[in-house]
Write a protein that binds this ligand. Structure first.
Ligand SMILES: *[C@@H]1O[C@H](CO)[C@@H](O)[C@H](O)[C@H]1NC(C)=O
Ligand SMILES: *[C@@H]1O[C@H](CO)[C@@H](O)[C@H](O)[C@H]1NC(C)=O
Ligand SMILES: *[C@@H]1O[C@H](CO)[C@@H](O)[C@H](O)[C@H]1NC(C)=O
Ligand SMILES: *[C@@H]1O[C@H](CO)[C@@H](O)[C@H](O)[C@H]1NC(C)=O
Ligand SMILES: *[C@@H]1O[C@H](CO)[C@@H](O)[C@H](O)[C@H]1NC(C)=O
Length: 894
C-alpha cells in the first residue's frame, strides 16, 4: 500500500493503556497479571501448572497447581547417544521425493540436466514494449564466469537489469518480469547483487551456486532486495515491495573481515520468499556477520534455510511473517527479532548458540516485538533458548506476547530468560531431551475467562488438541515444501506454448490450455506422466478450465492466467476460472509459481474452486507461491482510469459495475483438502503499473477465501487475503484447519460504501448479512458504519481450527486512517458462530486462535458463549491488549 503509515511503532501509543477502559476493572487485570508473574518468577521455583478442562469440565485457565519443582522441569528419557559434531556440509533437502515416486522413480541427475535450465526459454512479457525482452536470463550469458576467480558482480547485475526493468524511482511494475538463473559455480562478488522488483533469482538446486563475497566486498549485503538511495530513501516502499523469490544458493561471507558482512538485505512485502539457501559466516568470537538483515516490510515467507556462524543468523523486522524449517549452527544469536506485530517460527532448529531467539528489543518501555509463536522446534546446546523482557511493567502491555508449542530442548541453560536475566523457565542438561508442550506469555480468553488472564502456564493438552490429520508421523504439524522437481529430467515437462497456447494477453487460450491439462492430468496408461510448464505469459481464458486429479503445473516466474469475458461476469451464475477436481475426486495436484487475475468486469468470477481431496499421507495436494492479484495491473481493465478511488462521493450509488472485480477469490469445496504455502490473494488497493503515481483504486471483489471442506485437512502457511467486500476468510461447516500466519486488510473504501454493497447476500454461500446484523433502526449510524465492514475471519459452525499467528487489519475508513488510533475503523474483526462441537472434545469447538493481532478495531473478536443461555462475548482491543500500533492476544480458546 502506498501510504506510509505502517510505521514499526506508533509514537503515540498509550503507555499505561488505561485511557479507554471505561467500565472495566483495570486493577483486577493488573493484579491478576502480577500475581501470576510472581508465582512464576520469584526465586528459582518454577510452578508447573496445569489446567484441566478434561477432568473437570472446561474451565479456561482456572488452572490448578499440581506440582512444584525446585529444579528444572524434565522428562526422563533414555540415555542419549553421544553428540556428533555438527555437519557443515551443504545438504539440500529432497523436497521432490513424493513427486518422483508418483511420476515413477527418476535417476539421480547430473546438475547439467536440471530441467529449468534445459527448457526452451520462450517466456514472453506481452505488455512490455520491447519485443526482444527476455524473461529468462542465464547469468553466464551476460559474462558471469562462476569460476572462483572472476569478479562476477557486474555481469550478474547486467543479467538482472537488462531490458529497462523496475529499479530506482519505479516503485512497482508487473510488465518487466525476470527469472535470473545461476548455473553451478563459484561467483565472486565485490558489491551487492541488486534484486530488482519482479525478479526471481534461481540457482541450480542439484549443485547450488555459491555467491562468495570477496574480502573487499562493499555494500549492504550480497543480495539486496531494496537498496537505500540518497538520504536513506529506499528504492521501493518496504510495504509495497512485492513479488520476489530467491532460491537454491550458498552465500559465503567467510572471506570478509569478521567485523562486517550480510547475506541478504530482505526488506519486502507479500508474495516474496527465500527458499533453500545456506549462509556461511565467520564464527569467531568477534564476528559481526549476519545471514539475513530485514529492517521492515509487510511480508512474507522464508523456508528451508541454514545458517552457520555469525553474530546473528537472522535479524528480523517486519509486520507479519512466516518462517519454516530454519537451521542455525554456532551463531552467537540465532534469531534476533527487532520488531514485529506477529511472527511464526516453525520447525526451527538451533545448535550451539549463546542465545536462540532474542525478543528483547526496545525493553522495557517500548517493546518492539509484538508477538512471536514458536512451533515444533528444537534447541540444543545453547545458553538461553528464548530471551524476552516482557514483565508486568513492560510497555506496551501486550508487547512480547509469546506462545511456545512443542518445543524440544537439549542442553539448554535457560529455556526462557526474562528481564534482568531472570530465569522464567529452566533448562536441562546436555544429552537429555525435554519437551515443553505449550507455554505462553500473553493474555488468554475463553468462555470462563471473558476478561482474559495471563496464559503463563504449562499445559499439556494443547498438542493433543490438534487432530492427527494435521500432523506428520512425528507429531509435528505437517509441512510439505514447494516442489522443485529437481530429479525430474526436462523431457518430462511439457510446455503450454509448444502446444498452442499463446499467452499474449489477447488470444483466447481456453481450448489450448484445457487440452494440455486434460492430456497430462489423468495420463492414459502406458503414457509417460508429465509436468505442465507454463512458459511466462498472460494466458487469457474465457470459460472454466477443469484440472483433473494428478496434475502438476509449474509456472515460469509467475505465469498469469487471466479470466475474461461475459461468462465470468454473471453474478447470478458464478463460474470458477480454474476448477481443481470435481467434488469427491481424490488425487495429487500441485501448482506452483502461477498467478491468477481477472479482466474486469468480472462479477461472476471465482478465481479458483478447489475440490480435490489429498490422498491420506504426506503426498498432499497443494499450491506453493501461487498468487491471486485482482486488478491494479496492466490490461486488467480494473485500473485508475476507470476505478480511481472516490472518497468524496457522498452516496453509495456510484459503484461502477465495471469496477466489480470478482465474485470470490478461492473456494475450497466440501471435499477439498490441500496445503497452501506462501499465497497472497489480493484485490488491489492501488495500481502497480499505472505511472506515475500508482494511484489508489476502489475494486469490489465479493468474497475472499471460503472454506467449506467438511473434513479438511487444510494447511495455510504464510497466507494473506486482502480487500474483499464481505469477508477475507470465511470457514463454514469445516474442521481440521491450520493457519499460520494469516493476514488480512479490510477494503480501504469501506464504509463508503458499506459492506452490504454491492453484493446481496447469497444464502448458499453463507454470506454475512450486514444489513440484518448491523442495521437495527435504533442503532447509532456511526456504529452501523463500523459494523458494516468486511470480516477478517468469520468462523461458522466449524471446529478444530488453529491459527498460529494472525494479523488482521483495518487501517481505513473511507480512505482515511484517522480511525486507527481510536480503534474506530471497525467494530469487530473476528467472529465465531454456530453450534458444531469437536469430535475430540464434545463440549467445545476446539478453536485455538493464537497470536491474534488486530489494528483499528474496537473488538478483536467475538463469539457466542456456550451454555443454556447464549451470550455474545467480545475481546476488546483496549482490555489490556494494546501493543503499540496493533492489539494482541496470546490465545482465544473456545
Ligand atoms: C533429541 O531430539 C533431537 C531432535 O529431534 C534428536 O535429533 C536427538 O537424537 C534426540 N536426543 C535424544 C537423546 O533422544
Ligand atoms: C525501516 O527500517 C529502517 C532501518 O531500521 C529505518 O531507518 C526506516 O525508517 C524504516 N522505515 C519505515 C518506513 O519504517
Ligand atoms: C507418496 O505416494 C507414493 C505413491 O503413491 C507412496 O509410495 C509414498 O509412500 C507416499 N509418501 C508419503 C510420504 O506418503
Ligand atoms: C469520505 O471522506 C471525504 C473526504 O475525503 C468526505 O468528503 C466524504 O464526505 C466522506 N464520505 C463519507 C460517506 O463519510
Ligand atoms: C453444523 O455442523 C454440523 C457438523 O458438525 C452439521 O451436522 C450441521 O448441519 C451444521 N449446522 C448448520 C446449521 O449448518
Amino acid at each position: 500500500m502506498p501510504v506510509d503509515h505502517r510505521h514499526r511503532r506508533s509514537d503515540s501509543y498509550e503507555d499505561d493503556d488505561k485511557s479507554s477502559l471505561d467500565g472495566h476493572d483495570y486493577t483486577l487485570v493488573v493484579n491478576t497479571r502480577v500475581r501470576i508473574y510472581t508465582l512464576l518468577t520469584v526465586g528459582t521455583i518454577i510452578c508447573y501448572m496445569y489446567y484441566g478442562y478434561m477432568s473437570s469440565g472446561f474451565r479456561g485457565y482456572q488452572y490448578s497447581t499440581f506440582g512444584t519443582f525446585s529444579e528444572r522441569p524434565q522428562e526422563p528419557i533414555e540415555d542419549a547417544p553421544p553428540l556428533t559434531s555438527v555437519a557443515t556440509t551443504v545438504t539440500e533437502p529432497d523436497v521432490t521425493s513424493a513427486v518422483s515416486t508418483t511420476l515413477t522413480a527418476a535417476p539421480t541427475l547430473d546438475a547439467s540436466t536440471y530441467w529449468l535450465a534445459n527448457m526452451k526459454h520462450q517466456g514472453v512479457a506481452p505488455y512490455n514494449g520491447d519485443s526482444e525482452y527476455k524473461v529468462f536470463r542465464d547469468v553466464t550469458e551476460f559474462g558471469a564466469k562462476g569460476d572462483g576467480k572472476t569478479d562476477d558482480s557486474d555481469a550478474i547485475n547486467a543479467a538482472i537489469s537488462a531490458g529497462a526493468r523496475c529499479g530506482e524511482n519505479c516503485d512497482s511494475s508487473t510488465i518487466t518480469p525476470a527469472l535470473v538463473y545461476f548455473p553451478p559455480g563459484r561467483y565472486l562478488l565485490s558489491k551487492p547483487i541488486v534484486a530488482l522488483y519482479y525478479t526471481q533469482l534461481v540457482g541450480n538446486p542439484l549443485d547450488m551456486p555459491e555467491l562468495v563475497a570477496l574480502n573487499d566486498f562493499k555494500g549492504i549485503a550480497v543480495i539486496d532486495t531494496d537498496p537505500y538511495g540518497a538520504f536513506g530513501k529506499n528504492w521501493y516502499i518496504n510495504q509495497n515491495n512485492f513479488f520476489r523469490a530467491i532460491r537454491n544458493f550458498v552465500i559465503d561471507l567467510t572471506n570478509m573481515d569478521p567485523s562486517e558482512g550480510t547475506g541478504i538485505h530482505h526488506q519486502v512485502a507479500q508474495a516474496t520468499s527465500i527458499y533453500n539457501v545456506v549462509f556461511k559466516m565467520n564464527d569467531s568470537p568477534n564476528t559481526k556477520q549476519r545471514g539475513i538483515f530485514m529492517d521492515n516490510g509487510s511480508g512474507g515467507f522464508l523456508s528451508t534455510l541454514k545458517f552457520y556462524g555469525g553474530e546473528i543468523g537472522a535479524y528480523f523486522g517486519n509486520q507479519q511473517f512466516t518462517t519454516i524449517n530454519l537451521e542455525f549452527h554456532n551463531c552467537k544469536t540465532a534469531i534476533y527479532v527487532n520488531w514485529d506485530w506477529v511472527w511464526l517460527l516453525k520447525s526451527i532448529k538451533i545448535y550451539n548458540s549463546n542465545i536462540g531467539i532474542d525478543i528483547t528489543s526496545g525493553a522495557p518501555d517500548k517493546l518492539g516485538v509484538g508477538s512471536v509463536i514458536l512451533l515444533d522446534s528444537y534447541i540444543e546446546n545453547t545458553h538461553i533458548g528464548i530471551k524476552t523482557s516482557r514483565n508486568p511493567d513492560s510497555k506496551p502491555p501486550a508487547g512480547g506476547t509469546l506462545v511456545l508449542q512443542n518445543l524440544k530442548i537439549s542442553g539448554v541453560g535457560v529455556t526462557v530468560s526474562g528481564w534482568n536475566d531472570r530465569e522464567i523457565f529452566g533448562g536441562n542438561e546436555e544429552g537429555r531431551n525435554t519437551t515443553i508442550p505449550f507455554w505462553g506469555h500473553g493474555k488468554g480468553y475463553s468462555d470462563a475467562l471473558p476478561r482474559g488472564q495471563d496464559i503463563n502456564v504449562v499445559a499439556d493438552e494443547t498438542v493433543d488438541a490438534i487432530p492427527s490429520v494435521l500432523k506428520d508421523s512425528e507429531g509435528k504439524i505437517l509441512e510439505r515444501s514447494r516442489p522443485l522437481y529437481r530429479h525430474i529430467p526436462h523431457h518430462r515437462f511439457v510446455s503450454v506454448r509448444d502446444h498452442g497456447a499463446v499467452g499474449d494477453g489477447k488470444t483466447d487460450d481456453t481450448a489450448a490450455i484445457q487440452e494440455i491439462i486434460s492430456a497430462n492430468g489423468n495420463t492414459q496408461p502406458g503414457h509417460e506422466k508429465k509436468i505442465i510448464f507454463f512458459d511466462y505469459g498472460v494466458y487469457r481464458v474465457t470459460s472454466s478450465i477443469y484440472v483433473p486429479p494428478n496434475t502438476y503445473i509449474v509456472g515460469e516466474m509467475w505465469s498469469v492466467i487471466m479470466s475474461s469475458g461475459s461468462s465470468f461476469n454473471d453474478v447470478k451464475n458464478p463460474q470458477p476460472v480454474f476448477k481443481v477436481g470435481n467434488a469427491g475426486e481424490e488425487g495429487t495436484v500441485q501448482i506452483s509459481d502461477m498467478l491468477f487475475q481477472t479482466q474486469g468486469p468480472a462479477a461472476g468470477a471465482i478465481l479458483m474452486e478447489w475440490n480435490i481431496r489429498s490422498p491420506t499421507g504426506q503426498n498432499v495436494s497443494g499450491m506453493w507461491d501461487v498468487h491471486f492479484r485482482v486488478g491494479g495491473s496492466h490490461s486488467t481493465n480494473l485500473q485508475p482510469n476507470k476505478c480511481r478511488k472516490k472518497p468524496n462521493e457522498e452516496n453509495h450509488a456510484s459503484i461502477d459495475d465495471d469496477c466489480i472485480s470478482a465474485f470470490m477469490l478461492l473456494h475450497i469445496g466440501k471435499t477439498g483438502s490441500l496445503m497452501m504455502e506462501n499465497m497472497w490473494l489480493w484485490t488491489s488497493d492501488h495500481d502497480l503499473d499505472a505511472e506515475p503515481n500508482h494511484d489508489q483504486i476502489s475494486l469490489y471483489t465479493g468474497r475472499g477465501l471460503l472454506c467449506e471442506s467438511e473434513q479438511g485437512p487444510v494447511w495455510m502457511y504464510g497466507h494473506a487475503v486482502e480487500h474483499n467486500v464481505l469477508y477475507n476468510y470465511q470457514l463454514v461447516n469445516t474442521k481440521n484447519i491450520f493457519m499460520g500466519v494469516i493476514q488480512t486488510e479490510t477494503p480501504y473504501f469501506q464504509s463508503n460504501p458499506r459492506a452490504r454493497e454491492p453484493f446481496s447476500p447469497i444464502p448458499e454461500y453463507y454470506d454475512p448479512n450486514f444489513e440484518a446484523a448491523c442495521g437495527a433502526a435504533d442503532t447509532d449510524p456511526e456504529k452501523i458504519k463500523q459494523c458494516e465492514k468486511s470480516w477478517g475471519l468469520r468462523i461458522l459452525n466449524s471446529t478444530d481450527v488453529f491459527t498460529f499467528g494472525a494479523g488482521l487489519y483495518s487501517f481505513f475508513d473511507n480512505w482515511s486512517t484517522d480511525c486507527i488510533e481510536t480503534r474506530t475503523c471497525q467494530h469487530t474483526m473476528v467472529t465465531i458462530e454456530g453450534e458444531a462441537k469437536s469430535d475430540k472434545f464434545p463440549d467445545r469447538r476446539n478453536i485455538w486462535l493464537m497470536g491474534l493481532n488486530t489494528i483499528g478495531t474496537e473488538n478483536i473478536a467475538s463469539w457466542m458463549k456456550e451454555g443454556e443461555k447464549e451470550e455474545l462475548m467480545s475481546v476488546r482491543a483496549d482490555d489490556g491488549n494494546k501493543n503499540g500500533y496493533a492489539d494482541t492476544i496470546g490465545l482465544l480458546l473456545v
